[in-house]
Design a protein around this ligand. Structure first.
Ligand code: ASP
Length: 350
């Protein structure tokens, strides 16, 4: 046999060993939520979140197998109102393992919508990969008329296989839209169209199984993040205190007495305190409990050294982060430093 024939035969043998179409490999981690919820009556408003398992979610949308080689696992099965630090740590470690050790191309996480924005932001700061990590949920339970879960899951897988979604950090995929972890907020208690991006809007959208990206987030995340939870089994304790007219200082005092490591104020306006609460905050900061000022206003930044003299009191201003995300960043910041200026710098970067 001449050399040319030998090469042709060898090439044919090699091609025969390859899979017919190498689809992207996507791992789904299910955590519960309404997407796994079951309605107990014909009215979908009465239901329990976190009832059905990962296989039921996959069976409801067999079309995702056209997009990718999809497999799944159940991490927990809870309403996301019960999300906690322990599950966050487990989830971040598992996502890192899947993307860095198990040769998957992307991860989709099914999650309740109540705290989806917090989990997304936590992962945005702790996942060490530029591969897509997409959170999806639903506003209607799995057996409701017009359940939105299957479409959201299909779209999330479409995003997870898209090269355009690489390097964007963690995204949420809801109602055909892609939203970035830093700015996404749940804005409506019951509507399917509940998630919004910040002032600059959504990151992109999904149409016909294709991700279309409109803009890229400009904050540090994932591979550029300094936060590493791989050796942590708990997080610093940080609570949130809500601001209002004639506010009681008792919640702030309770956190101080319970030796929390940090307290975030969901303040009025530009992160302002009621005077009695302010006095407790000043004392807490002197005791080494880091105070972060954020705002109960749905839009606009909480500015450094504006109405409150942060430099004098060593308070940190949350800038663009709402109270629940400021809490996430403060917990991670406190794993690195207790220097308020360093922590303020993290709030400027992340
Ligand atoms: N309470 C539910 C949850 O967050 C709501 C939802 O998923 O839409 O798990």
């Amino acid at each position: 046999m001449n050399t040319f024939k030998k090469i042709a035969l060898l090439t044919a043998a090699l091609i025969a060993t390859l899979p017919l179409s190498a689809k992207p490999k996507i791992r789904i981690i299910a955590t519960g939520g309404t997407i796994a919820g079951i309605s107990t009556t014909s009215a979908s408003s009465a239901y329990t979140a976190g009832q059905v398992g990962i296989q039921t979610l996959l069976d409801a949308v067999p079309q995702i197998l056209d997009l990718a080689d999809v497999t799944g696992e159940q991490l927990v099965n809870i309403g996301s109102q019960d999300m906690n630090d322990e599950v966050w740590l487990k989830l971040a470690k598992r996502v890192n393992q899947i993307l860095n050790e198990e040769d998957y191309d992307g991860v989709v996480i099914t999650h309740g919508t109540d705290t989806m924005e917090e989990t997304a932001y936590f992962l945005n700061l702790t996942v060490k990969s530029d591969k897509p990590v997409i959170l999806a949920g639903s506003m209607r339970p799995s057996n409701a008329i017009g359940a939105d879960g299957p479409a959201n899951l299909y779209n999330a897988v479409a995003a997870a296989i898209s090269p355009a979604c690489k390097g964007l950090g963690v995204l949420c995929c809801m109602n055909n839209q892609l939203l970035d972890a830093k700015t996404v907020i749940k804005t409506h208690t019951i509507d399917c169209d509940t998630f919004e991006g910040g002032p600059s809007g959504i990151i992109g959208y999904i149409f016909n199984g294709q991700a279309h990206i409109l803009q890229t987030p400009n904050n540090k995340h994932t591979e550029d993040s300094v936060f590493d939870v791989s050796h942590l089994d708990k997080l610093p304790k940080v609570g949130i205190v809500y601001g209002y007219a004639n506010a009681s200082p008792l919640p702030m005092k309770a956190f101080v007495d319970a030796h929390f490591d940090g307290i975030v104020l969901a303040g009025v306006g530009d992160g302002n305190f009621y005077k009695d609460v302010f006095d407790v905050a000043v004392k807490a900061q002197k005791q080494g409990i880091q105070i972060v000022r954020s705002s109960r206003c749905p839009t606009g930044p909480t500015c450094l050294n504006s109405e409150v003299d942060d430099s004098k009191h060593h308070f940190v201003a949350s800038l663009d982060l709402n109270p629940q995300k400021a809490r996430v960043l403060l917990m991670l910041a406190l794993t690195k430093t207790h220097d308020w200026e360093e922590i303020q710098k993290f709030f400027m970067e992340y």
